[in-house]
Ligand binder design. Structure first.
Ligand SMILES: [Fe+2]
Length: 298
């Protein structure tokens, strides 16, 4: 099989440490055409399907709403995505469909061979989204690669530092206390790195870096691939422990440090805390407030 990653446009040693871009050939495969997407939507567990809509203003992140795909077939749902303002997130496709499990093996085989990274907890999330739809300013707990397959979108990646984000805000996301979206100032765009994604482009950024996305005026299909490395797992656990210490001991953590004895102790503490408090309340999932219906009148 031919290589999926054609060329890295950034030094491979920067992978997971800085913003990186690469050229890929995944979009040339037929597994992302309309018929294959409709079949995947039919096969995908409906109760796990993320269905969202949102307003136009990139600052108004509270306009993000979760919905339900109702009884629409995969083909009908795809038609509604093309016509409407929807954002479908099919998380863990590699746990649902064999073709995506094979793809995860192929992608991470090449990424690890090229960059030397050791990765695990692979989650291939397929994003099928409407013309002009957007994802508001937010950050993710694990590392992320975004592979563009159909359509065009613009991605802004912001520095992982104040004022763009504080450690306390990252801790809240890692602890699951807050939705991953939070306040953003459009003036910050001047400090962001901007990527114009078209089919065949992949970008990745450092763990927890804030970012936002705006689609071009066409259907978009992308793979949002989440993963961890040993260092990323350690960082997530240090942030988790810092968050617990900030809450229970009134402790004000210093800079996030993933080296040394303190980091190992925090890793152990975070692991222990998660084991001892399995019922710890996390933020409630966004309730479903709309249902997608086929617009027969259209
Ligand atoms: Fe994200």
């Amino acid at each position: 099989m031919s290589r999926l990653i054609e060329r890295w446009n950034s030094p491979t040693r920067d992978f997971t440490q800085a913003n990186v871009a690469a050229a890929h050939r995944l979009h040339e495969r037929s597994m992302f055409d309309d018929a294959a997407l409709a079949d995947l939507l039919d096969a995908y567990p409906r109760d796990q399907l993320g269905v969202f809509t949102m307003g136009d203003d990139p600052v108004a992140w509270k306009s993000w709403r979760r919905g339900d795909a109702g009884s629409l077939s995969g083909a009908e749902l795809l038609a509604e995505v093309k016509a409407g303002r929807l954002w479908l997130n099919l998380r863990h496709t590699n746990h649902v469909a064999e073709a995506y499990a094979d793809l995860a093996t192929e992608i991470f085989g090449q990424v690890e061979a090229d960059t030397g990274a050791k990765t695990f907890k692979h989650d291939l999330g397929l994003l099928i989204s409407s013309p002009n739809a957007q994802v508001f300013y937010h950050l993710d707990t694990p590392l992320v690669m975004l592979w563009q397959l159909r359509g065009r979108k613009r991605v802004w990646v912001y520095p992982r530092e104040e004022p763009f984000v504080t450690d306390a805000q990252i801790e809240k996301v890692v602890l699951g206390e807050s939705a991953e979206q939070f306040d953003y100032d459009p003036a910050w765009d001047a400090r962001a790195e901007v990527f114009d994604l078209e089919p065949g482009v992949m970008v990745s950024w450092p763990q927890n870096a804030p970012h936002r996305v705006e689609n071009g005026p066409m259907l978009n299909v992308s793979l949002s691939i989440e993963f961890l490395t040993p260092e990323a797992l350690l960082r997530a656990n240090v942030l988790y422990a810092n968050g617990i210490m900030r809450r229970t001991l009134g402790h004000k953590p210093g800079p996030v440090e993933t080296r040394g004895v303190a980091a190992i102790a925090k890793f152990a503490m975070a692991r222990g805390h998660k084991l001892l408090s399995p019922g710890r309340p996390r933020s409630a999932p966004v309730p479903k407030t709309f249902e997608v219906r086929a617009d027969k009148a259209a």
